[in-house]
Ligand binder design. Structure first.
Ligand SMILES: Nc1nc2c(ncn2[C@@H]2O[C@H](COP(=O)(O)OP(=O)(O)O)[C@@H](O)[C@H]2O)c(=O)[nH]1
Ligand SMILES: [Mg+2]
Length: 216
């Protein structure tokens, strides 16, 4: 027998489901619940972080092959029909990665356009979590995305991924350097979050940040 779902339970203490893969802007769901999106270079660990955050291993597709997520993938807490008043309280969007040089140019252009169009034009997009690999820091194509978000006045927060791959003092150093780098960016949330999907680190901070964004 299926258990009735307690809709008042904390967002992240319940199962989530995949509802839609969006290959281009015209397939976006109608604007409704607040959305938060995970953006970042291909292979930065977006899908892994979503799985870790929701504690559901196979939910978002992860891969050793960069560039496989080519759609905007929509996830919502389970238990809402999505019709009429019964809309989910929020949606989480796993985005195609940018900067995957090995893919055919036409495809890269198409994904890049989708990412940029979505980030610029989605009224219900509350915040973008821009994921940065702790081994690499902010790269040129990350800067381009930050420029776009600043220009479009879309709130964003930097999340370091794969923090387990470098030593704790190096994480602290990168956090400080990155905070300084974004200090003058108008749409950047000043606090950064360091995470490891592998070690389940920083996840509660990120969950809390998302809850506050959606509630605010
Ligand atoms: N060590 C480590 N590896 C990670 C972590 N997160 C992701 N990865 C690995 O990085 C690769 C890309 O991850 P994926 O989530 O598919 O990246 P995406 O392309 O941004 O969605 C996979 O091989 C993951 O196992 C992490 O926190 N620590
Ligand atoms: Mg992915």
């Amino acid at each position: 027998m299926t258990q009735p779902i307690d809709k008042d339970a904390a967002l992240f203490a319940r199962p989530w489901i995949f509802i839609r893969g969006v290959p281009s802007m015209k397939f976006l769901p109608p604007e409704g619940p607040p959305e938060v999106a995970f953006a970042g270079r291909s292979n930065v660990g977006k899908s892994s972080l979503i799985n870790a955050l929701l504690a559901q291993k196979g939910l978002a597709r992860t891969s050793n092959t960069p560039g496989r997520t080519q759609e905007l993938n929509y996830f919502v807490p389970d238990g809402y029909s999505g019709e009429g008043e019964d809309l989910p309280p929020m949606a989480l969007v796993d985005m195609p990665g940018y900067g995957y040089a090995q893919a055919p140019k036409q495809q890269v252009d198409q994904w890049t356009k989708l990412v940029f169009d979505y980030l610029r034009g989605r009224a219900t997009l509350k915040r973008v979590y821009v994921l940065i690999d702790a081994r690499h820091g902010i790269k040129k194509n990350d800067e381009e995305v930050l420029d776009l978000l600043d220009k479009a006045a879309v709130s964003y927060q930097i999340v370091l991924t794969k923090a387990d791959k470098i030593k704790p003092p190096a994480v602290e150093k990168l956090l400080a350097a990155t905070a300084e780098k974004i200090r003058k960016r108008p749409a950047a949330f000043p606090a950064l979050i360091a995470t490891s999907s592998e070690k389940n680190a920083g996840l509660d901070d990120l969950r809390q940040a998302i809850q506050e964004t959606v509630a605010g």
